[in-house]
Design a protein around this ligand. Sequence first.
Ligand code: ADP
Ligand code: MG
Length: 478
Amino acid sequence: MEISNDCKQVWDRCLAFIKDNLPEVIFETWFRPIEAVSLKDEELTIKVPSLYFYEWIEAHYIKLLEGAIKKEIGPNAKLLYRADIDKNSPVGSSVIPSFNKDITNNPMKPAPVIINDSNVKEIPNPFIIPGLRKIKIDSQLNENYSFDNFVEGPCNQLARCAGYAVAQNPGKTPYNPLLIFSSVGLGKTHLAHAIGLETKRLHPDQTVLYISAEQFFQQFIDASKNKTGSDFLQFYQRMVDVLIIDDIQLLMNKEKTQEIFFQVFNGLHAMGKQIIITSDKSPAEISGLQPRVLSRLKWGMSAELQVPDVNTRIKIIKKKIYNDGIQMPEDVIEYLAYNVNTSIRELEGALISILAQSSISKKEITIELARQMVDKFVKSNTREITIEYIQKIVCDYFDITMEKMLSNTRKGDIVAARHISMYLARKLTKASLVTIGMKCGNKDHATVLHACKSISNSCETNKSFRIDVEEIEKRIVN
Ligand code: ADP
Ligand code: MG
């Protein structure tokens, strides 16, 4: 079709006006892909890539568009859209009138006009969506990151319950969006996948998509380059029922991607679709996100994953070795659980290096090997002796339970164990008297000080007692 220069120039001037009045990303997404087709008797026809495109522009930008066109053509200007209906449709495309709709009522002008256009362009996009019908989408979920493999503990109870509720009724709980946050290696990605997998299991008809914020950003950059930004937006707003975006903090200071995320979010949320987001910071600490984006994240529910306590760490190790069909002595499991207390990722790292080392060197898995691996591979600060580990070794030595030691009982052997724990905590850790007291059965600092003095005295006066204390200390530090 011959396009008159006139029509192109007029449209370019309209675009310049529109561009001045919109954020760049919106302009690039919604207006750049439009082509002017013809201008006849003050009637401008523009070609939009899809019907959805037309709907969106009519719903959001028509006043601006109308202003631009009337400014260029005059107060009686009319606008027609030509839109692809469906690339498989025999009809090809349709022409739809916009403002000054008198043309639709004019018996001389039948509307909407359906015309055939064999040159209707295909949109090069990985997410090409013929006619926006439901297509099968790879959810990008990792089967290993299931709820079954996600060990429950006080550290993750809230997030796990919320995630479970979301999977039962995606989009229909108050947890929308569900924001899961924690520092690295504490299970955000795992839990996000688990929610996705469970949702798919319970609702096979729902389209679930997991994507890292980094991938989302890359896709958007590619789409912008290829001028398929609107396909990108359509895909996310229309094709996905449950959207999981991992590590949202990676969008920090990426203004355009945030803009598009904001639109995706609004579109999905308005349609009651579920959004799940993870972040390595709490909503209060996230910086570099636009305030309105941040405010959306706070709409639903935020749940934190905390560092697991030692019992949960033991359960996690046991689960992993059970899944791998490996046997490991109990004392090695405990050693790891007590000494690697930064993140679950580090715990796994230590476990894997022990298994690897033992199989390479054909050595048995012993506490000695565990110690070497932890020293070598785990961040140095995790090797710092913890008060909990000291208590554990003391309790094992005297064969008493932790609960007994932490209780208020005045029985001689239990008091001795409690005092030795305090004494060794004072000697081997940097903890304050107050902290030691708190962790040793909620005692005050004076009690700790008294305990330390009494143990030193006993060591000086009682040889067998001193040997006991030295032996315990040896077990702790070696
Ligand atoms: P994050 O995304 O917070 O950095 P990940 O989800 O990648 O952390 O978790 C790190 C590792 O720890 C993964 O291998 C994951 O399977 C494991 N993990 C985390 N939380 C748990 C848990 N509660 N139970 C079992 N494994 C867990
Ligand atoms: Mg992660």
